[in-house]
Ligand binder design. Structure first.
Ligand SMILES: Cc1cc2nc3c(=O)[nH]c(=O)nc-3n(C[C@H](O)[C@H](O)[C@H](O)COP(=O)(O)OP(=O)(O)OC[C@H]3O[C@@H](n4cnc5c(N)ncnc54)[C@H](O)[C@@H]3O)c2cc1C
Length: 416
């Protein structure tokens, strides 16, 4: 039995019947011997790819193969910020496509993603910072993305908890359509919708190798549950991308790092926007439960570990307290890390790989949660049509040989 459609009427009916009629949100099927398409990685990007393959391209049999539990990677470990305040036209188009989808995704997936467009404010602390932020704001406006310059007075009026003079704030760029969405709801929403379209979600299934036909085209995967044949493979494994590429016989310009996040004990509502300060190296928002959700920079050296180091915790705590001294007496409730896939131009890799029949979606680094609807849509398009969608055209692997990089380091930085 599947979960069926969620609605207020259904909630009342199940409430009256003792909540005995809810089915599981997705099945746990046994692997089939063969699928038309196998997607490796049960994070947001992998699940969204499977959903769009089934929904828009009519692919009959699709499996998402996940070595742990869905959302156990970065998709369930991030600080939930969504935004499209990027500089270059290619990136702005990509991330705004995702943000527009987020605006309607709860209805489409019939799952409350708790999308909250509370605005994201990026602070400027020096005259040089002001120049850079204004440049980025003008870039956004030229790209058709909403952006507004906020004076120190306007910022102080809107965010009274922010200390304006300790680490002087000279202004900031606000994107009002930016904000947050609940990360595991995005994973669960796509999983449930994909399952309803017949996609098999295979958890606890680790990919350990690939099978190829005589022409060198990918023909299947090896897993800890045995081999599974397939017509095509999509890779969406974030920090493990270079690992899987090695198994398939090619190399990627991806370096994996731990990225940490932290939450405080819950407090009453005191911060109703996302505030980010590249200069202090910290950003913060408040969750609906009242916890402050805090993030900062990458750990300093490459690693596949999903745990972080103390120096970054100290830096982030110091940066947060520079901005909000009133938070200094809050207790850290918990912290964790994900393993993020960083590319040197801070832009994603979306497109075919050197292996025929295998396409890839990775390189989102510290900022791919906001891009999940776009990454899934575009990888599905690549797999189903064997062509890059115009929105993905600039992000193929060939840019590392042609040199046409899309350098978004300033937008990616700590700016989730
Ligand atoms: C602390 C932190 C904060 C962040 N904050 C933000 C933010 O605020 N906003 C934002 O936009 N982005 C943010 N990000 C980045 C964002 O979370 C990621 O870019 C995004 O979630 C990547 O999604 P994904 O589906 O590609 O990868 P993942 O969610 O990591 O999924 C990949 C999956 O592949 C699986 N896998 C790996 N190897 C194998 C294998 N051999 N076989 C089978 N499965 C395998 C993994 O188990 C994993 O579940 C943050 C990341 C972190 C870590």
């Amino acid at each position: 039995m599947r979960s069926g459609r969620y609605s207020a009427w259904r909630l009342i009916r199940e409430g009256l019947r003792g909540h005995r009629g809810w089915g599981p949100a997705w099945r746990s099927p046994e692997p089939k011997r063969h699928y038309d398409v196998v997607i490796i990685g049960g994070g947001g990007h992998g699940l969204a790819t499977a959903y769009y393959l089934a929904k828009h391209h009519g692919v009959q049999t699709v499996a998402v193969v996940e070595r742990g539990w869905i959302g156990g990677g970065n998709s369930g470990r991030n600080t939930t910020i969504i935004r499209s305040n990027y500089f270059w036209p290619e990136s702005a188009a990509l991330y705004d496509f995702a943000l527009k989808q987020y605006e309607a995704l709860s209805q489409e997936l019939n799952f409350n993603l708790m999308v909250s467009q509370r605005g994201i404010l990026i602070l400027a602390h020096s005259p040089a910072d002001v120049d850079m932020r204004r440049r980025s704001m003008n870039g956004m406006l030229l790209n058709g993305i909403d952006a507004e310059w906020m004076t120190p007075e306007a910022i102080a009026a809107e965010i009274p908890t922010l200390q304006m003079r300790r680490y002087p704030i000279l202004g900031g760029v606000m994107q009002r359509r930016g904000g947050t969405a609940r990360h595991d709801a995005v994973v669960w929403g796509y999983a449930r919708a994909a399952d309803a379209l017949g996609v098999d979600i295979l958890q606890n299934t680790a990919v350990t190798g690939f099978q190829f036909d005589a022409s060198g085209r990918v023909a299947g995967i090896e897993t800890n549950r045995g081999p599974i044949g397939c017509g095509a493979v999509g890779l969406a494994v974030a920090g493990n991308s270079s690992d899987l590429a090695r198994l398939a016989g090619f190399r990627l310009p991806v370096v994996s790092y731990a990225l940490q996040a932290f939450v405080s004990e819950p407090v009453k509502p005191c911060l109703d926007t996302v505030v980010l300060s590249p200069a202090t190296g910290a950003y913060v928002s408040q969750s609906d439960k009242g916890e402050l959700v805090i993030g900062g920079a990458l750990d300093l050296y490459p690693s596949y570990a999903q745990r972080g180091n103390l120096p970054i915790i100290e830096d982030v705590a110091a940066g947060l307290v520079e901005m909000f001294p009133c938070f200094s007496r809050l207790r850290w409730l918990r912290s964790w890390a994900g393993c993020v896939d960083v590319v040197h131009d801070s832009s994603p890799i979306l497109g075919p790989t050197p292996v025929p029949g295998m396409a890839i979606n990775c390189g989102w680094g510290t900022g791919g949660f906001k891009a999940i609807p776009a990454g899934g849509y575009l990888l599905a398009h690549q797999i189903a049509t064997n062509r890059a969608h115009p929105l993905a055209a600039a992000f193929g692997l060939e840019r590392f040989t042609t040199g046409r990089l899309v350098d978004e380091a300033a937008a990616a930085g700590i700016a989730h």
